[in-house]
Design a protein around this ligand. Sequence first.
Ligand code: ATP
Length: 422
Amino acid sequence: MKKYLKNLPQEIKNLIVLAEEVSRETKMPAYLVGGFPRDLILGVKDWDLDITVEGNGIKFAENLAKKLNVSLVKHERFGTATLILNHRLKVDVATTRKEVYPSCACLPVVSPGTLKEDLLRRDFTINALAVSLSTDASRKLIDIFCGKEDLTAGKIRILHDLSFEDDPTRILRAIRFKQRYNFKIEPKTLSLLRAAVNSGLLNKVHPHRMRDELVLMLKEKDPSAQLKQLYDLGGLSFISNNLKPGRQVYGLFKSINQEISWFMRSFPFHGSFEAWLVYFAALLRQLSLVQSKKIIRRLGLSKQEEKKILSCRQINRRFIGRLKNKQIKPAQVFNLLKPFSYEAIILLRSVSGDSVFKKHITDFLKIYNCVRLSISGDDLYRLGVLPGPKYQKILNKVLAARLNGSVKNRQDELALIGKIIK
Ligand code: ATP
């Protein structure tokens, strides 16, 4: 693996050297596992590191955190810990474990295990590679299931025939990795995957686990392709049997994709914007309000997520028609769009290519939404207005005038208040 590791950023090379030191000092064999070796071989830049340790993962992580002088979040119950180095780089440390599935689609019984057992519990050969960090075999690739060969051939392959029955979320994972890397699902794996979908295994998994995998799918680069593949395989039934995305939904997904790219470029500091939610809201628009609410609750989405998704339902023909009007004033555009979340606004921008409509939304995001009044409630108080709901009404009127350009500065704003009070 030395030739692959050579090209890593210095920061990661240093980290690996320190992990090797910790492995030597604590006498605990450690390995880089999961997505890191996979993406390293593929030449994909993904700097999240997963280290698994034969011994005590938390102790290992404590030693590594000390050497790096960074903080550590421990998850004692799972024997894992996370080191946060900076916003780009995260290291997860776990203890090697074995998993036994007591019955189909149930959570496994977990106990400490060897590296081999830890690799055997994984989803696909390409995700079951390990790079040794121990002195005697340092930086050697451990490849029990010929994962490197599958990586080179572009194949997604499960490790044993009962894999999808043990954990049906792997169905979504298989599709996700296939689409992400433009791989093929190996024929036997594909036939077992189809059989698992057909026997309704996706409906046996706890909905919250399905939601997590679905969200990961919608966070991929091309959610439209992900969704199409999942639907074609019959895999959307865990959300609803009534979901039948056709050309229109895939087209909408493509346009959402472009709008999200535009939004990210134009507003890099977008706070709590959740791109996956826009896709999910677009998908649920096919269903009734009652059905959508039921799904949202079953999947355990948060109140905030529910609110954002449901607000997207107000986007209807009439609403769109109003925004296509060239004559509409800035304050009216502001009042129409202000109640919506950024997610709903992006969905809105995706539903029509009309240039006037798009310009109104762009102006809202870039100009109107950034306008701040120079006056405040204090000014109203000084002018003798008694505090109450009136304040908001007056300030809204001044804001509308400011947006429409009839007042331009503090003096104008104060003059307008004077008029309003009279
Ligand atoms: P990504 O690039 O999307 O983060 P990843 O492979 O790092 O991909 P994670 O979900 O972080 O994905 O999982 C880390 C590793 O844990 C995987 O590479 C795989 O070996 C294992 N794993 C995760 N989920 C499962 C699962 N449901 N069944 C078996 N192994 C899994």
